[in-house]
Design a protein around this ligand. Structure first.
Ligand SMILES: C[S@@+](CC[C@H](N)C(=O)[O-])C[C@H]1O[C@@H](n2cnc3c(N)ncnc32)[C@H](O)[C@@H]1O
Length: 331
């Protein structure tokens, strides 16, 4: 069977940054978490190298997670449905009309919904996924001469790669809340836009603005403190530099091609950041009841992301279970 690749083209897909990301990922991972899944480029690359034992993949986009679920659990029927789309689309006198008829339907969390999402992804403008404020897919028809809508070999390889993988519709901070030592979390959020024309954060109906970027930085710092290895990527925007200046993070600048941009002149190489949250091992080992043995250090007397004084009595912005672990550490 061929090596699985992402079966969707996704804005911000990480195929071009894979060499750097693979270098930062541990050789042996207990549980791999990818909470901004999109096309899942790093998941498929790590899976091909057999680097993790378990994987938890999540995204806030429920139609996207439904597509992964159907690929994992229902690949034969999905291939049949996509073959029908491929045949009808290629034979249509007016392909744009066929496309807009499918786009008009609501994307449901079903086999048909997954087939429609993959069809739209393969035939829309630039393989973009964008929704309006009501959450309706609104990308115009693309101009591909003969797009492959049903890549049977890759769908089967992706299905095999996804066996045993946990798929969740969840906010980025909920899914990896149990990550600990030996686990690896890769956060690839919607980037802080570098310019108004490169403003692309509409993957879901809600925006991913600076408050979410701050919440993400805090979550990453918190998980690293719980012992997980954490890597993030983001744009080369000055706000990102400012957000990750604290000694809890190691920030490196890489050059990456950007293919999705309304302005053709702005496609091409741009600066991006790859950020590693320092794993200061506060909680090194756990007893059978879940209480940690090591003495915790205060979170940060003054956290630069919050811009005001925070003491060790306040937990970082983490999901409920992690907060309770934090409180337990203070007893
Ligand atoms: C940059 S893309 C991920 C690209 C992906 N790493 C790849 O290789 O294709 C960002 C993803 O974050 C998801 N997203 C946006 N807000 C989110 C949130 N609050 N929690 C979880 N996922 C979110 C979007 O649906 C989108 O799929």
């Amino acid at each position: 069977m061929s090596r699985a690749r992402p079966f969707l083209k996704w804005a911000g897909g990480k195929t071009s940054l894979l060499p750097q990301l693979l270098e930062l990922a541990p050789a042996q991972i207990n549980t791999y978490y990818e909470p901004f899944l999109g096309g899942g480029a790093l998941f498929f690359a790590l899976q091909a190298e057999g680097r993790f034992q378990r994987a938890v993949l999540s995204d806030l986009n429920r139609e996207l997670i439904n597509a992964y679920t159907q690929v994992r659990d229902n690949v034969d029927a999905l291939i049949r449905a996509l073959s029908v789309h491929q045949r009808k689309y290629r034979a249509a006198d007016d392909r744009a009309e066929y496309y807009y008829n499918i786009r008009r339907k609501r994307l449901t969390c079903s086999l048909g919904g997954a087939a429609n999402l993959i069809f739209l992804n393969k035939t829309c403008f630039n393989g973009l996924y964008r929704v309006n404020s009501q959450g309706r897919f609104n990308v115009p028809h693309g101009r591909y001469a003969n797009p492959t809508i049903c890549d049977e070999a890759n769908l089967r390889a992706a299905s095999a790669a996804l066996q045993g993988v946990e798929l969740r519709v969840a906010d980025f901070c909920a899914a990896p809340s149990r990550a600990r030592q030996g686990d690896f979390v890769y956060f690839d959020p919607p980037y802080v836009p570098l310019s108004t024309t490169s403003n692309f954060t509409s993957y879901t109906a809600s925006d991913f603005g600076i408050p979410e970027q701050r919440r993400l930085a805090l979550t990453a710092a918190g998980l690293a403190r719980f012992g997980a290895k954490v890597v993030l990527s983001n744009s080369g925007h000055p706000d990102i530099k400012r957000l990750y200046t604290s000694k809890e993070f190691v920030l490196s600048t890489v050059s990456a091609p950007r293919m999705i941009n309304a302005d053709a002149a702005e496609r091409g190489g741009v600066e991006e950041h790859v950020i590693r949250a320092q794993a200061e091992l506060v909680f090194t080992s756990w007893n059978a009841r879940g209480g940690q043995v090591a003495e915790p250090r205060p979170f940060l007397k003054r956290h630069p992301l919050l811009g005001r004084r925070r003491t060790a009595t306040r937990p970082p912005a983490l999901p409920a279970r992690s907060r309770s672990l934090w409180r337990a550490s203070k007893r």
